[in-house]
Design a protein around this ligand. Structure first.
Ligand code: HEM
Length: 308
């Protein structure tokens, strides 16, 4: 018969006292507990039942699953981001580790985008996309939250109106000038497309709250609060630049090429399922979304997204 280690019994007993629980009840619970299995722990049954097609075309399954892979990796990136933003940081080491994790996730997403551009039959995509209209990956809330968590709202403003927005601009006004409204808002009439209307009905209130919560606490702000010596750490600066580039140029361009593989291939140009003028809208040289502008030279900023 095995013996229980005394130090473990003491630790457990102290914990049970602390949370006012009876140790004997908990130990007896262990006697009847089911052994843990991989499938229960990872919830594979639940996970593998989340792929529901709207058409009979087999390649739609690839489209659904790859989007889900993206959302999971977005969640992994946010998990790290929220640990950086949660409190004032004083060391470059912690920052570097977290930023590198986030970059790694986006590197995986950028390099795997050929699953979309080369991995589905053009004819099938052009059919099943009709059943998705007017939905679009544009409506990924996590993607937007990664942006709000990464930088100041001013850096996410439409480049044409950026000079009108500063850190004192009321949240809702700044929100209305976000770069992504260009995909679905007529700037003369101000009329919003169905794509954005539905997105806002579901998420706008949450976005406003998240923007507020990240004022002065987003990754760029937390970086700027670091002590000067930490802020000047060459490894940290390289990590931050890599993250900015992988999210705002590499992923964006991989996505752009995937869109072009379908929307630009046929006899006439096709608009996105969300209805945007995608060629103009999606290119980083027009969006000029830069999380950490202070870490790039003037020349690099001027040429943002033009060397890819
Ligand atoms: C064949 C595959 C894809 C095509 C053709 C495509 C096309 C487009 C287009 C045209 C837009 C602009 C909005 C619109 O008019 O719909 C867009 C936006 C977007 N898509 Fe995709 N997409 C594809 C795959 C993906 C995947 C796998 C994701 C991952 C979640 C994704 C996420 C996004 C995001 C986040 C936006 C907004 C980007 C921004 O505002 O700059 N897309 N997509």
């Amino acid at each position: 018969m095995q013996e229980i280690r005394k130090d473990l019994v003491e630790m457990l007993s102290e914990k049970m006292d602390r949370i006012e629980q009876d140790i004997n009840v908990h130990v007896e619970g262990l006697v009847w507990a089911k052994p843990i299995t991989y499938w229960d722990y990872i919830q594979t049954d639940l996970l593998l039942n989340l792929q529901v097609q709207r058409t009979t075309l087999p390649d739609e399954m690839i489209f659904i699953m790859y989007h889900q892979v993206n959302e999971l990796l977005f969640k992994m990136a946010l998990w790290e981001a929220e640990q950086i933003t949660a409190k004032k940081q004083d060391s470059a080491v912690y920052f570097i580790e977290k930023i590198n994790r986030m970059s790694r996730y986006f590197d995986v997403l950028s390099s795997s985008f050929t699953i979309m551009s080369n991995g589905m039959q053009y004819e099938q995509y052009m059919k099943f996309r009709n059943t998705l209209t007017p939905a679009s990956g544009f409506q990924s809330a996590q993607y937007r939250i990664i942006e709000f968590t990464s930088t100041d709202i001013t850096n996410l403003a439409d480049a044409r109106f950026r000079s009108k927005i500063n850190n004192q601009t009321p949240t809702e006004e700044a929100y209305e000038h976000l770069y992504w409204h260009a995909a679905g808002k007529d700037h003369v009439t101000g009329k919003k497309s169905t794509l954005i209307k539905l997105f806002e009905e579901r998420y706008k209130a949450e976005f406003l709250r998240i923007i507020d919560a990240n004022r002065g606490t987003n990754i760029w702000a937390r970086y700027q609060e670091l002590p000067e010596a930490e802020r000047n750490n060459a490894e940290l600066i390289a990590a931050m630049r890599h993250y900015d580039r992988t999210v705002n140029i590499h992923w964006v361009m991989a996505h752009f090429h995937a869109a072009a593989a379908y929307l630009d291939k046929g006899p006439k140009e096709v608009e996105g399922t969300g209805g945007s003028d995608w060629k103009k809208y999606m290119h980083p040289k027009y969006q000029r979304r830069i999380f950490f502008p202070g870490l790039w030279s003037k020349e690099e900023l001027d040429n943002w997204g033009t060397d890819v």
